[in-house]
Design a protein around this ligand. Structure first.
Ligand SMILES: [Zn+2]
Ligand SMILES: [Zn+2]
Length: 330
């Protein structure tokens, strides 16, 4: 464990999700006057729980010393252990009310969400032979989550005082609709989950639980926070970094370029989101046929987010044909 600034500890936790994934997920432990605030909990395995325990022991603490838990968003790698750690510590758990609304459909009764996903994938051109695998790509993730409701929900804009820290809760939709970041203006730190990562481009996808135009929401929240004044970024994967503004600009630029290459792809004939996703270069070393279904799903939903963005700003048009949606330049 590393103390990144006084009283803020970085917990690098093992992560063994669908490969290739980032090799670890980060949680942060903030030391208050009495007890600790844990931000994000890690992937729900015994190995991760053990790792949290060891990190705590290294600073002479144990689970009972955690008095509050905040989860940036309820993806399994951030929320997985929330239930277990809450049980072991008795801590109060908080996250955004939108994320609370996803618990049941993602981790308890998944049938509805699966059929909505299948419908969306089919409409967007995923062929019947690939559809079942891509639809079911997230099935099984629920084993790595101990679902639990929060004691407190956020709406965004709250202030959380903890010891010498005063965090502002920022609602930052895009990667997940109810994703929050914790900003501490006096210390200049931003705990930002999967909203901003130092080298990985966070996934921003259109799916049944995103909003209508998730890429717009994402870019809007990046633009809104660009001038916050952040000296140290504490991301959910990879390592803490400075140069916050540079990274925000890079991400904005990346999405601009992505939009452009999709537009170029649509020069000749209309295509479905699936066809476009197949033709793009993705940041993992797989050609489409070998790409794991989980990553195909991310690629399609990300492509769809770009397409929706450009329909909204007038660059593209949708055409319905044979029960599917095609896109062409406007
Ligand atoms: Zn995530
Ligand atoms: Zn993550």
């Amino acid at each position: 464990m590393t103390e990144v600034i006084p009283r803020v500890h970085w917990l690098k936790l093992p992560l063994d999700m669908v490969k290739p994934t980032p090799p670890h997920v980060n949680a942060y432990l903030i030391q208050g006057d009495r007890g600790y605030l844990l931000v994000d909990t890690g992937w729900g395995t015994d190995e991760t729980l053990d790792s949290v325990k060891k990190h705590l022991a290294a600073i002479g603490a144990d689970f009972k010393d955690i008095s509050q838990i905040i989860v940036t968003h309820i993806h399994p790698d951030h929320y997985g252990l929330a239930g277990k750690i809450k049980q072991l510590s008795g801590a109060k758990l908080a996250f955004h009310e939108i994320e609370k609304g996803f618990i049941e459909s993602r981790y308890i009764h998944m049938e509805n969400l699966l059929s909505q996903t299948a419908h969306l994938l089919g409409m967007n051109g995923v062929p019947p032979d690939e559809l079942p695998l891509i639809k079911n790509a997230t099935l099984g993730l629920e084993q790595f989550v101990s679902p639990v409701n929060p004691d407190v929900t956020f709406r965004g804009g709250e202030t959380i005082a903890f010891g010498e820290f005063t965090f502002k809760i920022l609602l930052t939709p895009g990667h997940s609709l109810g994703h929050v970041c914790l900003y501490e203006p006096k210390k200049g730190i931003l705990i930002c989950g999967d909203h901003i990562l130092p080298t990985i481009t966070p996934n921003t996808g259109r799916h049944p639980q995103s909003d209508e135009n998730p890429l717009k929401s994402y870019l809007d929240s990046l633009n809104d926070m660009k001038n916050l004044g952040v000296d140290l970024v504490l991301p959910g994967h990879e390592s803490p970094f400075d140069k916050f503004e540079t990274r925000v600009n890079e991400l904005i630029q990346h999405h601009k370029e992505r939009n452009h290459s999709i537009l170029v792809n649509l020069k000749r004939e209309p295509q479905t989101a699936y066809q476009i996703a197949r033709g793009l270069v993705w940041g993992i070393a797989f050609a489409w046929p070998e790409m794991p279904a989980f990553h195909k799903r991310l690629a399609i939903s990300e492509t769809l987010a770009h397409l929706t963005f450009m329909v909204d700003d007038g660059r593209l048009k949708q055409i319905a044909r044979d029960g599917m949606i095609y896109y062409r330049q406007n």
